[in-house]
Design a protein around this ligand. Structure first.
Ligand code: HEM
Ligand SMILES: *[C@@H]1O[C@H](CO)[C@@H](O)[C@H](O)[C@H]1NC(C)=O
Ligand SMILES: *[C@@H]1O[C@H](CO)[C@@H](O)[C@H](O)[C@H]1NC(C)=O
Length: 588
């Protein structure tokens, strides 16, 4: 009797043990990992959650885990109960190879589809690289060409940045040397820029204009109130009041927040259900959709009023104009009726509003910090701008949109590239293995998610050793044909725009006659390859206009240390926890 019972218990014990073992993380052979996590049913999830809660930077924690293995390839257990490990890579050459040359093996990660795809199910960003992705990209084709960007988008974006400069002119006067937060103003300016790009000059609502109007209306008492009692304490930030925004703008901003919340949620579908059931979601989302539909209908009206040839594009003044024009062309070619208000067009248009303002403003906030903390680079940049825009200097005016878009200023290109490198707005790219494959000599099963960092080793820390024979054949071949890009290991982490400047003949040096070399060393803020950022040319244009106009008009003085750290929050982007500027007008 007792024996039998004992036997039963041990069989149960054995089965439980087996179950336990089956539910433990299953490391991929040969790839380094944290051994303590491999002994826990939840793997690295508790560490990840703890980092998310304590530092708000789970992605920075992920990078620190990769760093701890000392290997350019590591694995991490983020799927509970024996789910497949994630692989992380910190090595520019292999990453570039995967993104640029091995697109068939590595496609868009389904993690993005399961998170971002909940709010934006029809946007091409969440699709694998298939025929549908291609057709949606054809709809957007040409929007990133100079003809559209310089001819149509640049003057509009410039107009909205000009308002930011005026707004900061007033704020600088009121703050008289005290710091203030640039965050909301930069977000609003970037939103205005993308609205200008998307819907054109005639679009009636803006975020910055109401702020400027409110600022100009302030009476002396209100100004005194803003300055506060402690006007004497030069390091206390001034807290400016936000003027109310039109409900359309509010709905766009709130929809962006919803997308961000769902994307960063561990259970996005549940999150969406929760939002729909218990929050203002329906109202916000419907207002947002109504606005998009109205803008598309207006574009169709404008198109139909044109009496020129169907192919005549001269009426196109915004991205939605362009999209409806292309849809009409495709419909004609395919012999079907054009359909302008589809879930695809809705999500594509909403997508660039979201992708466009969140990323650019985060990068600008890092940029303001970096320029404030690197006074030498900032003065060099200002002198470069002043000598290149000599007519504007002589006439004591701002450089025009066309001057900014068309003047070659190597140090400006270098500063923007360095801001993108050091302000890691998007710290890497994610791919899913579509087949069983090999990375750095290790077999990786189909379905594995691979996180490719653009931070850490070989980007901002010395490259880790890799045996050349462990590299993929295409990676080895490319090195033989084109050589290998590497930074000088000294000061890889420092903000040094000079690293992007080389002699016109290709040699690097500190003398005059330097040109900007976008391939001076490893960087990939927009990722690489076919699925890299679609909007990068617009992002560069916006940054170019914003950086020029702000540095032209304001000196960014250093902020007190407690306001100028580099702590971040990982949400849709990796953004500063605290951003402050202390401004002084530049005298021309
Ligand atoms: C400084 C600003 C920006 C940064 C740092 C940035 C970064 C990125 C990154 C890292 C990706 C992922 C690429 C990959 O997985 O390989 C991406 C994708 C994308 N970005 Fe950006 N982006 C910026 C601005 C913009 C703007 C202004 C737009 C649109 C107006 C935009 C639209 C997109 C789209 C549509 C994709 C998806 C492309 C695809 O899946 O084929 N981005 N971006
Ligand atoms: C903007 O609106 C005005 C008046 O409503 C119109 O005359 C003009 O053609 C419009 N411009 C564009 C680019 O749609
Ligand atoms: C929002 O709309 C959904 C249907 O799309 C509905 O089921 C839900 O009850 C609505 N929520 C609220 C709070 O009205």
């Amino acid at each position: 009797m007792t024996m039998q019972k004992g036997c039963g218990v041990s069989i149960l014990g054995l089965s439980l043990w087996r179950l336990y073992v089956a539910l433990l993380p299953k490391p991929i052979a040969g790839i380094p990992y944290n051994h303590a996590s491999a002994r826990s049913l939840l793997g690295d999830i508790p560490g990840f959650m703890l980092a998310a809660w304590r530092t708000r930077e789970p992605i920075t924690w992920l990078l620190s885990q990769a760093r701890a293995t000392g290997s350019p390839i590591s694995q991490i257990f983020l799927a509970p109960f024996g789910g497949r490990p994630f692989v992380t890579i910190t090595d520019f050459r292999e990453t570039q190879d995967i993104l640029v040359r091995r697109g068939k093996e590595f496609d868009r990660s389904s993690v993005l589809t399961d998170t971002l795809g909940v709010a934006l199910p029809h946007h091409h960003i969440v699709r694998k690289t298939d025929a549908v992705w291609r057709s949606q990209r054809r709809l957007l084709q040409d929007l990133m060409l100079p003809k559209f960007l310089h001819g149509i988008a640049a003057p509009n974006i410039y107009a909205s940045v000009d308002q930011l400069v005026q707004l900061w002119g007033s704020k600088t006067e009121i703050a008289s040397g005290r710091p203030f937060s640039p965050e909301r103003d930069i977000y609003y300016a970037a939103l205005d820029a993308v609205l200008e790009f998307g819907f054109g000059r005639n679009f009636t609502h803006r975020a910055t204009q109401p702020q400027l109007d409110a600022m100009l209306k302030l009476g002396p008492e209100e100004v005194q109130k803003l300055r506060g009692e402690e006007a004497g304490s030069a390091d206390t930030p001034v807290e400016f009041v936000n003027a109310p925004l039109h409900e359309t703008i509010v709905a766009i901003l709130d929809s962006g927040d919803i997308v961000e919340a769902l994307q960063s949620s561990p259970f996005p579908r549940l999150g969406l259900w929760f939002q729909k059931t218990f929050t203002n979601f329906n109202k916000t989302w419907n207002t947002k959709n109504q606005f998009l539909e109205d803008e598309i209908r207006k574009a169709v009206d404008r198109m139909e009023k044109q009496d020129g040839e169907a192919s005549d594009e001269s009426w196109v003044m915004s991205a939605v104009d362009h999209i409806v024009h292309r849809e009409r062309g495709f419909a004609e070619k395919e012999g079907r009726k054009a359909d302008y208000w589809t879930p695809v067009i809705r999500d594509e248009v909403f997508g660039f509003v979201i992708a466009g303002h969140e990323t650019v403003s985060t990068t600008m906030l890092w940029g303001l910090k970096l320029l404030g903390d690197n006074q030498d680079a900032q003065s060099t940049l200002r002198m470069a701008l002043q000598s290149a825009h000599s007519a504007a200097m002589a006439e004591k005016r701002n450089p025009s949109a066309m001057e900014i878009a068309h003047t070659n200023i190597p140090y400006l290109d270098a500063a923007i590239e360095e801001i993108l490198r050091c302000g890691p707005t998007v710290p890497g790219a994610m791919r899913e293995c579509m087949v069983d494959t090999v990375i750095l000599g290790h077999r990786i099963p189909k379905g594995t998610q691979v996180f490719l960092f653009n931070q850490g080793a070989s980007f901002r820390e010395p490259t880790l050793a890799v045996d050349e024979k462990d590299r993929s054949p295409s990676c080895q071949a490319s090195a033989k044909e084109r050589g290998v890009r590497e930074w000088d290991p000294e000061n890889m982490d420092a903000f040094r725009p000079e690293r992007w400047l080389v002699q016109a003949d290709g040699s690097s040096g500190e003398r005059d006659g330097l040109v900007f070399d976008s391939a001076a060393g490893p960087t990939m803020p927009f990722s690489l390859g076919l699925r890299a950022c679609w909007g990068r040319r617009l992002a560069y244009l916006e940054m170019r206009i914003m950086v020029t106009m702000l540095v032209w008009n304001f000196e960014l003085l250093p902020c007190p240390p407690e306001l100028s750290d580099y702590a971040a929050v990982d949400a849709m982007t990796h953004k500063p926890q605290r951003a402050f500027v202390r401004l002084q007008p530049v005298k021309h």
